[in-house]
Write a protein of this length. Structure first.
Length: 198
């Protein structure tokens, strides 16, 4: 069994953070700028009015930091607003893979990372996708509310459709991740040598 990933598999953790946190936060930021037109135009003009390239770079760097923090907040709220209702739906459908607690799958994940670092990276990537999908569902819901407040009915329809699509994706990603984690854990445990008899 491989104990450490190759150089091609050493993907920085910031890639997973960008996937899970920064991309959904960017979607929220762009949506808030586009839907109420009074918000986006002043921000774009203020950014373009910066003369020095260094100043623009600092603003972009500062903005990435804000998006990262915003993405973490989205993850916190999407757990209660998106994941908990989906987990109850999975319980009604008797889908035990989805309904497992976070402690259960985290124990399996820790076991896998100790056994196979490359497989641990693969699972980290898949988990980042599950977080991104449920964060995108929350972002679509927030943008639908923003469209409703701004009387942007086309935006409301688009965001409503996106909410349903991302909600369906979040359910599917969570089920796939849980089942994949269970199968990998079972396979690795079966490959462990049997304890020697005294």
């Amino acid at each position: 069994m491989q104990n450490a990933p190759s150089l091609l598999q050493l993907i920085p953790d910031i890639f997973f953070d960008a996937l899970a946190y920064i991309l959904p936060a960017s979607l929220l930021f762009i949506g808030v700028m586009i839907i109420p037109s009074s918000v986006g135009a002043p921000l774009v003009n203020a950014y373009l009015s910066l003369g020095a390239s260094f100043d623009r770079f600092i603003v972009v760097l500062f903005g990435i930091g804000i998006l990262y923090i915003l993405g973490q907040l989205l993850t916190h709220f999407s757990y209660n607003i998106i994941l908990r209702p989906l987990r109850k739906l999975a319980s009604l459908r008797k889908d035990e893979a989805f309904a497992r607690s976070d402690i259960d799958w985290m124990a399996d994940y820790t076991f896998i990372r100790h056994k196979d670092a490359a497989l641990g990276l693969e699972i980290s990537k898949r988990y980042a996708r599950t977080i991104m999908s449920r964060n995108n569902a929350l972002v679509s819901l927030l943008l639908a509310v923003t469209s409703l407040i701004s009387n942007q009915w086309i935006g409301l329809i688009i965001c409503g459709v996106l909410f349903l699509l991302f909600l369906h994706e979040a359910y599917g990603q969570q089920v796939f991740f849980s089942r994949y984690l269970q199968e990998m854990t079972k396979e690795l445990r079966n490959m462990e040598p049997a304890p020697k008899e005294k």
